[in-house]
Design a protein around this ligand. Structure first.
Ligand SMILES: Cc1cc2nc3c(=O)[nH]c(=O)nc-3n(C[C@H](O)[C@H](O)[C@H](O)COP(=O)(O)OP(=O)(O)OC[C@H]3O[C@@H](n4cnc5c(N)ncnc54)[C@H](O)[C@@H]3O)c2cc1C
Ligand SMILES: *[C@@H]1O[C@H](CO)[C@@H](O)[C@H](O)[C@H]1NC(C)=O
Ligand SMILES: *[C@@H]1O[C@H](CO)[C@@H](O)[C@H](O)[C@H]1NC(C)=O
Ligand SMILES: *[C@@H]1O[C@H](CO)[C@@H](O)[C@H](O)[C@H]1NC(C)=O
Length: 572
């Protein structure tokens, strides 16, 4: 069924109001309900799985003219200060309870990682940095550049801001310029060589705006959002042996464990779109029988299509960081500045106890044996509440580098048939030598920033950079062995101190699992739209492009539908 209601562009003054009183508006969404309230069976034109960074803008867009169901396994971000306040950044990552908006996982590489479990997805957990992909990236992917720009603007009107740039961030910026990462490009969302101030989804008051806020664009009559709705399987219909399987529904369970089904309305153009993220999307396809035959059969999953590339080409951009204690107080900040080098390394920083407390928490957990390196399983011997609060005396900041790409890839495999469990993920950090070289050059540049005149008031002169490297090695942010030579050899340092910046992607890549229209190859009425489709991480940080892609594909799907309707009308 189609909705006659056609939205005009919201007047600018109304948008301004929305940005200011977003919490009031967004927390009273009339179309958001808990899945326990859902009927056993329901019907929609579009079913979107995953109310994350891509799923929310896609749902808002498709609701303009169609009936849309958005299923999100997590809860609402509104009213939870761990999400809404910048200063609480590390709290979610430290919260390992089943109700946490962040689900921790440990990759087979031995690096602690996290995936979102909340309406708004990763945009509710992330460090907020907002920056577009380069025009070259857009061209190489084959997107329509004009629509890409319109879609970025649609996102930016609602959730992007200019950061405040206080002393510590300014010192990093000036240090990057002294280190030769030039020219200075000022404040811009654009991806350009040199040093720039990027956007942020935190406003001037430190309040986070997320992809869930993009639901303010939705047509309330066209959208139903169900929270605590975990999709366990996509249902396929096959008419006759030769016909392609057609996705036509999903099975999900609510917080009480009760199963519900949602089906597509009759209509050849109705679709299911999976937006469950780089871990969730390949996992759900496999649970639904779309994946490598042998692997699915080993878990007694009925194969719908043998798709060997599902879960392949998973990548995570390695992050390595140096913590620099400061003799003078620093502001609490997340990422605001980036140095975009020509050698494929991006340099960013975060200051105050914020970032540090996450790692000191993990340090503490590691020390107290909460992680088991042998089995790769995470277990708790202490209640998290018994742990002393992370040290707030961590005065200083992290300067980090993330590499472009990366070229190294890994894979995702199911461990079991439970959609609530993490699959097994391997990223193979630094397997490709180019990745390691990019890291080494990145760390060398960070050393120059630390030694710069501009940064001198935020470091102790008597602590050498080699000592800072040794300190970083004592920050056990991963389960890998540390080597004595790692403070002397930057190759070894990169390997021993590898972390994630949570920009992992792949698993349902364009050209492998989905075609250039994001349609899953080998079946009908099913697309994947999220970070799992990326071959490389876009820009310096991906969220702007993930949100853009949700809007962009919403428009594309609507246009495609209108064009086929016109075609049918012309022929009849
Ligand atoms: C701690 C952290 C810091 C980061 N910092 C930055 C930064 O500063 N700047 C930046 O640009 N990027 C940053 N990122 C990365 C960025 O946030 C992610 O790349 C992006 O959010 C991924 O979007 P997505 O739509 O692919 O997946 P997600 O946003 O994770 O959305 C997937 C959604 O699907 C839901 N889901 C999964 N499986 C199911 C299922 N079976 N049933 C129902 N729902 C399901 C999940 O709960 C989730 O809400 C950071 C990420 C993290 C975690
Ligand atoms: C915020 O995080 C803390 C620490 O991880 C946790 O104990 C608390 O329950 C969280 N609060 C909410 C509202 O989720
Ligand atoms: C999109 O915007 C970027 C700047 O952000 C610009 O460089 C590019 O030319 C624009 N592309 C199109 C097709 O308008
Ligand atoms: C560092 O030492 C380890 C173990 O002694 C060795 O295997 C490794 O090759 C060394 N790294 C470098 C870069 O020399």
């Amino acid at each position: 069924m189609a909705f006659g209601h056609r939205r005009s562009l919201l007047p600018v003054f109304f948008l301004c109001c929305l940005r200011i009183c977003y919490t009031e508006h967004a927390s009273t969404y009339t179309f958001v309900k808990h899945a326990v309230q859902a009927p056993p069976v329901s019907y929609y034109d579009y079913i979107i799985v995953g109310g994350g960074t891509a799923g929310c803008p896609l749902a808002a867009t498709l609701s303009e003219k169609h009936s849309v169901l958005l299923l999100e396994r997590g809860g609402s971000p509104y009213g939870n200060r761990n999400i809404t306040e910048l200063a609480y950044f590390s709290q979610n990552l430290a919260d390992t309870s089943p109700a946490s908006p962040s689900q921790r996982f440990l990759s087979e590489d031995g690096v602690i990682n996290a995936r979102a479990r909340v309406l708004g997805g990763g945009s509710c957990l992330n460090a907020g940095f907002y920056t577009r992909a380069s025009p070259e990236y857009v061209r190489d992917v084959g997107w329509d550049g004009a629509l890409v720009n319109q879609s970025y603007q649609w996102v930016e009107k609602m959730v992007a801001f200019e950061p405040p740039m206080l002393q510590w961030q300014s010192a990093v910026r000036d240090g990057l310029l002294e280190a030769g990462i030039t020219p200075y490009n000022g404040f811009t969302y654009d991806h350009m060589y040199g040093t720039k101030i990027g956007g942020t989804i935190f406003d001037r008051d430190g309040h986070r705006h997320t992809a869930a806020d993009l639901l303010q664009y939705a047509n309330p009559d066209g959208l139903m959002v169900l929270l605590h709705a975990t999709v366990g399987r996509i249902l396929f219909r096959q008419t006759g042996g030769a016909a392609r399987p057609v996705a036509h529904g999903v099975v999900f369970h609510d917080a009480a464990g009760v199963r519900h089904r949602a089906y597509l309305n009759n209509g050849a153009k109705n679709e299911i779109v999976v937006c469950a993220g780089a871990v969730g999307s390949p996992q759900l396809l496999m649970l639904s029988g779309v994946g490598p035959r042998d692997h699915l059969e080993s878990l007694a999953i009925d194969v719908v299509v043998d798709q060997p590339m599902v879960g392949q080409s998973m990548s995570d951009n390695p992050m390595n960081a140096i913590f620099v204690p400061s003799p003078t107080p620093v502001e609490v900040s997340l990422i605001q500045v980036v140095g975009i080098t020509r050698f494929g390394s991006f340099i960013e920083g975060a200051s105050g106890s914020n970032f540090a407390s996450h790692y000191s928490q993990i340090t503490h957990e590691l020390r107290f044996g909460m992680f088991s390196a042998q089995t790769g399983q995470i277990f708790t011997i202490n209640d998290m509440n018994d742990l002393p609060a992370a040290s707030s005396s961590m005065r200083g900041g992290f300067i980090l580098e993330k590499i472009m790409g990366p070229l190294s890839t890994g894979h995702l495999d199911l461990k079991n048939k439970n959609p609530d469990d993490n699959p097994s993920v391997t990223f193979n950090y630094f397997k490709e030598p180019e990745d390691l070289q990019r890291c080494v050059k990145g760390i060398e540049t960070i050393e120059k920033v630390i030694q710069s005149k501009a940064f001198s008031r935020f470091r102790f002169q008597y602590i050498s950079t080699e000592e800072l490297l040794r300190m970083a090695l004592n920050f056990p942010m991963n389960l890998l062995p540390k080597h004595d030579n790692a403070s002397k050899s930057l190759e070894q340092f990169c390997k021993d101190t590898v972390m994630t910046i949570w920009h992992y992607h792949g698993g349902c890549q364009v050209g492998q699992v989905v075609d250039k229209d994001y349609k899953v190859v080998g079946v009908d009425a099913l697309r994947v739209v999220d970070g799992s489709t990326f071959n490389f991480s876009p820009g310096t940080n991906p969220q702007a492009t993930v949100m853009m892609l949700g809007r962009y594909m919403g428009i594309k799907i609507q246009t495609e539908r209108r064009e086929t309707d016109d075609e049918v009308r012309r022929k009849s």
